[in-house]
Design a binder for this molecule. Structure first.
Ligand code: AHR
Length: 658
């Protein structure tokens, strides 16, 4: 291999490797957003989703979801409990999101709005308990175990917020919250929350620390949010509306998740978006992990795979009111206005209406938004019809904003189709391509962008992942075969850094007990998380992205990928290193000789980071999180011809000091 050190290519975009976040597989509620109570405000379509009356309510005279003088208009339902006689079992249980994960001696804030009704209810008993085991075969039953207990007293006859701290006596992955009446009579409850105190940056409405840490460790260039198909919705009613996701958390109205079983996805009839993690929190997360925020907005089209419902064009229905869903049939103007308002929310001064909303939420400085995605995975004439006025309106008001246009699903290559050509004519800054394909597709298509024009619209590989079996099947694994094939493909992205400026694996997160889609980059349960081999591939590319692409020539004019050897190289101005990435997709060790053509300065001690497994089916798991993980070693640099032997089935990053 010859690395042309003296002929540097394009700069590597700071955004080159980033993250795609979608609330799928319990990525938000039940995952990154650590609220432990499901349906805390009784506002989902099934008002009691997540809640269970204790003992079938035998001890309760009545329970009802009421809207009689609620705490607010946007939170109009609450739970009313009535017991005729005092009983330790008159109450309700919340199981959380496949149980509640709690750590021994950690602090959890329990908060609730209460209002005392007729009768003599003196307090609310609050217990965090680990459910006992039922007798099973030879195994005896075990009783429920109380992990923490408190009592809220001094009840008021008007709505009042109460807050106490619970400290569990033991760690449990599947705890639950039990609320019981102390005394006979009526008590109203709303906005029931159990939230860990330890969150990322210890924020009150903060995020799960171990999951944010995994993201931050990747040094991502951007964070694309909030999806994915949830941007589009199955129908337009079910689409993501950012204005409903900001402001006081208690006022954010839940929406059925597009990945709910109702929409034919597995396991999750209880999948809603609480929007506790909303657009403000996405911007804040981007800032925390050093990533450019890349919101993707609905273009006025529901998911084309499903309803393909369209917003009419050219009929104004007036400005959309903040925080309410627009009138029955929103027109394209509503969607465009939402985008303009979002830019103002992110970047506007305190004197602007939406900038003021950001400031009121505690972020006086602008978020410095530079990108807006118009539509997710959409294509064809209806998309173009909507994209054109949409992008024009954004550019007219905010010329500096970069537009991310959708290219529809690949992998069979819409790269040069009519819509793509039109996007280029319309001067979209970036084109968002998606491909989910077999591992071999990734190895065979390493040259996908070799002939793409170097000028004009750049490429965003916005969603991709190698599929070893059918999507959403448990056989579809995050295997080393999938990951190494993605690494091979990514050498092609890096070699084309003059055309490709963003790339992200998808989906990002999955809960082991509540997923709809496989494979996924990071898996977690209620207590722990692990990165897949694919995660380590992404991380190694991102943390070694360097600053300038260096051309790499293969032996005797062979193409990248010939004989299953894949490579790319960059210069890293920050360290002076030359960084060479090599994928050996072969069961044999392979000696390589790397000629650093035109190199002026060379250190002696090289650093090699190797991700390898002889077994292409190897995976990581909660029990073996580092089964396939990077290992570091050194190698000697004695001349401008660097010799190194690649391990079988390996992805190796060589840092050669300059
Ligand atoms: O990543 C899962 C889904 O795949 C996304 O929601 C969608 O954009 C794509 O089809």
């Amino acid at each position: 291999l010859t690395v042309q050190v003296s002929k540097p290519g394009a700069p590597i975009a700071k955004t080159m490797y980033g993250l795609f976040f979608e609330d799928i597989n319990f990525a938000a509620d039940g995952g990154l957003y650590p609220e432990l109570v499901k349906n805390k405000s009784f506002e989902t379509d099934d008002r009691l989703l997540g809640w269970k009356a204790i003992r079938g309510a035998a001890a309760l005279a009545a329970y009802v979801v009421s809207s009689d003088r609620p705490i607010g208009n946007t939170n109009s339902h609450f739970l009313r409990l009535t017991a005729n006689t005092a009983s330790p079992d008159a109450g309700f249980i919340n199981d959380g999101f496949r149980g509640m994960g709690v750590q021994q001696e950690a602090e959890y804030t329990f908060s609730v709005y209460l209002r005392r009704g007729p009768g003599n209810v003196a307090g609310l008993n609050v217990e965090l308990e680990e459910p006992g085991r039922r007798a099973n075969g030879g195994e005896a039953a075990t009783p429920d175990r109380v992990l923490a207990r408190t009592r809220i007293a001094d009840l008021s006859s008007e709505w009042k917020k109460y807050s106490v701290v619970l400290r569990p006596s033991a760690t449990a992955a599947h705890a639950r919250l039990k609320l019981t009446l102390d005394g006979a009579g009526t008590l109203d409850l709303d906005v029931v929350s159990l939230f860990p105190k330890a969150t990322w940056k210890n924020r009150e409405n903060g995020l799960r620390t171990d999951l944010v840490q995994l993201l931050r460790d990747m040094q991502p260039g951007f964070l694309r949010f909030p999806g994915g198909c949830i941007v589009e919705g199955m129908t337009l009613d079910n689409r993501y509306q950012w204005k409903s996701t900001i402001g006081d958390v208690a006022t954010r109205q839940p929406l059925m998740n597009r990945w709910n079983k109702e929409f034919k996805w597995r396991f999750t009839p209880d999948y809603y978006q609480s929007f506790g993690l909303g657009f403000f929190e996405y911007f804040q997360l981007s800032e925390d992990i050093g990533a450019e925020p890349v919101p993707i907005l609905n273009v006025g089209m529901a998911c084309q795979y499903n309803s393909a419902e369209l917003a009419p064009i050219g009929r104004a229905n007036g400005p959309s009111a903040p925080e309410t869903h627009p009138a029955d049939e929103p027109t394209l103007e509503t969607f465009i206005q939402d985008a303009l308002d979002l830019i103002e929310f992110a970047n506007g001064p305190a004197s602007s209406p939406w900038g003021a909303r950001r400031v009121a939420m505690g972020h006086p400085a602008p978020f410095n938004l530079k990108y807006i995605g118009i539509g997710n995975e959409q294509w064809g004439p209806q998309y173009l019809e909507r994209y054109e006025p949409f992008s024009k309106a954004v550019k007219t008001k905010y010329p500096a904003i970069n537009i991310v246009a959708s290219a529809g699903p690949s992998p069979d290559g819409p790269l040069f189709d009519a819509a793509t050509k039109r996007m280029r004519e319309l001067k979209a800054e970036v084109l968002d391509e998606h491909y989910y394909a077999r591992p071999e597709w990734f190895r065979q298509n390493v040259g996908r962008y070799d002939n793409y024009p170097t000028t004009g619209t750049k490429i965003f590989a916005g969603e991709y992942a190698a599929q070893t079996a059918a999507i959403a099947s448990s056989e579809n694994k995050n295997s080393w075969d999938a990951a190494i094939s993605e690494a091979a493909f990514m050498t092609g992205l890096e070699r084309n850094a003059d055309k490709v400026v963003m790339a992200s694996y998808a989906p990002l997160f999955a809960h082991v007990d509540a997923w709809q889609w496989t494979p996924d980059l990071i898996w977690f349960d209620n207590l722990k998380a692990y990165g897949t081999p694919n995660y380590y591939v992404q991380k190694l590319f991102s943390t070694n992205k360097g600053t300038t692409m260096l051309p790499v020539q293969c032996a005797a004019g062979a193409k990248n990928g010939a004989d299953n050897l894949f490579s790319s190289a960059v210069a890293d101005d920050a360290t002076g290193d030359i960084v060479v990435k090599l994928v050996n997709y072969s069961p044999e060790a392979r000696p390589v000789s790397i000629n650093l053509q035109g190199v002026k300065k060379l250190g002696k001690a090289g650093k090699a980071t190797v991700l390898a497994s002889a077994d292409l089916n190897a995976v990581n798991s909660l029990e073996q999180p580092l089964n396939v993980a990077p290992k570091e070693g050194g190698f000697k640099v004695t001349s401008a011809n660097v010799a190194y032997t690649l391990a079988p089935n390996s992805f190796t990053v060589l840092r050669i000091p300059g």
